[in-house]
Each structure stands twice: as C-alpha cells, then as structure tokens.
Design a protein. Sequence first.
Length: 281
Amino acid sequence: MTHSRTRIHELLDAGGDRALAPRRDLGQNFVADPNTVRRIAGLAEVGPGDRVVEIGAGLGSLTLALAETGAEVTAVEVDRGIVPVLRDVVAVHPNVQVVEGDATALDWSAVLAGHDRWTLVANLPYNIATPLVADLLDDVPAIGKMLVMVQKEVAQRFAAAPGSKAYGAVSVKVAYWGTARLVGDVPASVFVPRPNVESALVRIERGPQPTGFGPGEQHLLFTLVRTAFGQRRKMLRRSLATLVTNDQFTAAGVSPEARPEQLGLPAWVALTRVLATSGAV
C-alpha cells in the first residue's frame, strides 16, 4: 500500500515533540498520491529480476510502489531524521534495502556492486537534478536507464532537440550518452508540501557509445559545449575563440557564425575530432 496525503502527515507527526517536517534545504516534496507513484512504477517497466536504485526515497511513497513490482530496490536517502521512518515503512518488503547517504557523494561502485544493469527511478530534488543526472551518465555506466521526476523545465532540457529554446549543454550531454523523452506531467497538487513549479517525468536510456572517444576526448567535447553555452547568445567564433581556430571550424564543417543551440551532437563530435587530431587532447 502506498501513501495517501493523510498517511504522509501521520508519518511526519509520529515523533511527537520531535515531529519531522519537509526540509527546504534538501528540496523535500513528498508524493502524496498513490495513483501517481503507481504510474511512475509502471512507466519504469521493472519487475522481478530487475535492480532499481531510488534516490531521495523520503517517506517511501515511490519505494512502496517499486517494491510492489517485485524488483529489488535500493532506496537512497540523505536525511538521517527520515531514514528510520523509511526503514519502518519498507520493513515488510524483503526486496528493499535502504542506504543512508548523499547521492552526490556516494561510492556508487560499492552501492551497485554485484550487478551490472540498474534502473534509476526517482523523484529528484530540483536543486540537484541536473548535476546529478549528468554525473551519473558520465561516471556510473551500471545505470542503464533512468526514469526521473524533475522540474518540468529541467525535464524539457534533458529531452530538448537542437534549435529549441530548451536546448542546452545538458541536452548535448544526454544525447551523447543515450536518448531522452518526456513521458508525462505531474501536477504540483500531488506533493506535500506543494511546490511552486510543475514537474514532469523523463525517461533516459543509455545507448552504445558511438564515438569511440576516450576520457580525454569526452572531456574536450564537454568543455567545448559548456564554454559555448556559457555564452549562448554569441557566435561560436567568439565564445570559442580561445579554443578553436577558423581553420578548425572549417575542417569540422561547422560554421563559426553559428550559435551553440544550432549544433546537434554530430557537429560537436566533429569539432572535437578535429581538435583532438591537432593535439588538443
């Protein structure tokens, strides 16, 4: 059974004089709608035999829905006040393991040890969603699929195509590692407390790494992207003036008068190859 709004408040108030409250510094907004968490669990397409890691498990609303699928769930929670409540909530589910820790600083190789294919399903705090997803894509290849609930504008950036207003550096990062698409909206009304923004669900699936780039080339590519989008209103010949020459733009088939949002992943890869060949790596 997943949590209703009433149950969320009961769990928060259970401590009496030491009653819990959602922490703004951790971006805590607990899902208080059983239909929403069951929908997320269904969209995750996991079941018996699958391994799921959930970040920001909170009071266990989504954790319970994931546990009901039969998947093995590792629920990560940083709030030490919440962790004992979470452990009690999931105690009836032997397929759930709770890990207390900060997802931005965990030893992921230890947390995910023993299995090489994981699905991340999470209601991510808005303040860490973008850097956390980017870092997991870069550094944790065992996570092959993500279904994350994030601020709607962030979800749009993850899935944005070149030329769109939402397209940015993180869009290129996601496209480098796989594919992303929006799979649903989540109204603010299902959360406790109610946030001031709307949320959306985005699915990111890791694909085969097609470029053959090593760590040096990857670092160079993402440096180019970050530098260019850091001055997205400028033409590339200005924003990348210290990194790329006119001859290198020509060799890569990239117009120096273009702006970063006009370049899809193939153009960024071509530019990186030219620079790597010239000894930039």
